[in-house]
Write a protein that binds this ligand. Structure first.
Ligand code: HEM
Length: 333
């Protein structure tokens, strides 16, 4: 389904040995030192975005975060803000977003407007590939592993697409939750970094962006109760329900309470899985956590937040993601 946009060499499309090989090539770009170097870039872009928010009237955090996370991905991946590429990506993504279900992607692949939009993205990307990215940008790290231009194109589109909408949605939920907890905002503003980390974890727990991690069963798979799932079956681990298990998150699994991560026993392994797990676990997990941390730090430093409506927003399903129904409407002061 994703191939028309992401391309045949995308991690999202590959399987088996070729998937393992591609992951190995890309992993170094997402490790420790590389991430630390990107944090100030994220902080700078976040400050610029948040300083431009209107004060005293409702803002849809989701839309603003979509713009910010795309800017972050472009700067980090390519080392520049690439306005022409950005416009082309936004056009292609608008068509993706307008299709109610992800399955429609395979139909989109035959849609003339979509194909022209992807062709514009490609033209801009290949021009950037030819020029070379800025020193330290992801494009240069990825290039060091020696991919062909076409493989590099697929890697870049995949990172730009997988890395921006997901993080924007998670941040929209963070604003939706934080606006309803002024005491938490005050503690974060005082510089409690452990609590900031816990807040990011708790947002991803109580409002995971992706509801399931789907798989096709490769070999007979026995459940604890003795039932066996046969090869070829489609299964989906439900991240959303896993995060709500009472035995893993006592005593109030449905409450948004970042402090829980700083008190009491740690939840068992695989109780917190917003990034999936196993050989297909999210490649950008550490990046996403770093990005959320930097954006929230910048937000609490300069804004008081209030909710635009009395009730917490419902979870609305859009394609595969679980988004705040009203777009994360908050009032900043
Ligand atoms: C809060 C933000 C994010 C969330 C909630 C998220 C979640 C996920 C999930 C659930 C998967 C599937 C895992 C599985 O099937 O076990 C995934 C895969 C992936 N994600 Fe993320 N992601 C986020 C941000 C990012 C970022 C920032 C990047 C890139 C910089 C990224 C790149 C990828 C890639 C390349 C895959 C495919 C991995 C593979 O199939 O080997 N994601 N993500």
């Amino acid at each position: 389904m994703l191939e028309p946009f992401a391309g045949p060499a995308s991690l999202l499309v590959l399987d088996g040995e070729e998937h393992v090989r591609q992951r190995r090539l890309q992993l170094p770009a997402f490790h420790g030192d590389a991430l630390r170097a990107y944090a100030p870039v994220v902080a700078e872009l976040a400050a610029r975005e948040l300083d431009a928010w209107p004060r005293g009237r409702p803002v849809r955090a989701h839309a603003r975060m979509q713009a910010l996370t795309l800017a972050v991905m472009l700067r980090v991946v390519l080392g520049s803000e690439a306005p022409a590429l950005r416009a082309a990506i936004e056009e292609a993504l608008a068509l993706v977003r307008s299709s109610p279900r992800l399955v429609a992607m395979s139909v989109l692949g035959r849609d003339g407007r979509f194909r022209r939009a992807v062709a514009r993205v490609d033209a801009e990307l290949y021009a950037l590939i030819e020029r070379g990215g800025a020193e330290g940008s992801l494009i240069e790290v990825l290039r060091a592993a020696g991919p062909t231009d076409a493989e590099l194109r697929d890697q870049l589109v995949t990172l730009l697409a997988a890395g921006h909408e997901t993080t924007a949605t998670a941040l929209a939920w963070a604003f939706e939750r934080l606006a309803r907890d002024p005491a938490l905002v005050a503690r974060l503003r005082a510089g409690d970094d452990e609590l900031l980390e816990a807040t990011v974890k708790e947002v991803l727990r109580i409002r995971p962006v992706l509801s399931v991690a789907p798989r096709e069963v490769a070999a007979p798979f026995a459940l604890r109760d003795g039932r066996v799932i046969p090869p070829g079956a489609q299964v989906a681990a439900c991240l959303y329900l896993t995060h709500r298990r009472a035995e893993a998150f006592p005593p109030d699994p449905l409450a948004f309470r970042p402090q829980r991560w700083l008190e009491g026993p740690k939840p068992p392994p695989y109780a917190w899985v917003p990034f999936g797990g196993g050989p297909r676990r999210c490649l950008g997990a550490a990046f996403a956590v770093m990005e959320m941390r930097e954006v929230l730090r910048a937000a609490v430093a300069r804004l008081d937040l209030a909710p635009a409506g009395a009730r917490g927003e419902r979870v609305r399903r859009r394609a595969v993601s679980l988004t705040p129904a009203a777009g994360g409407r908050v009032v900043a002061r």
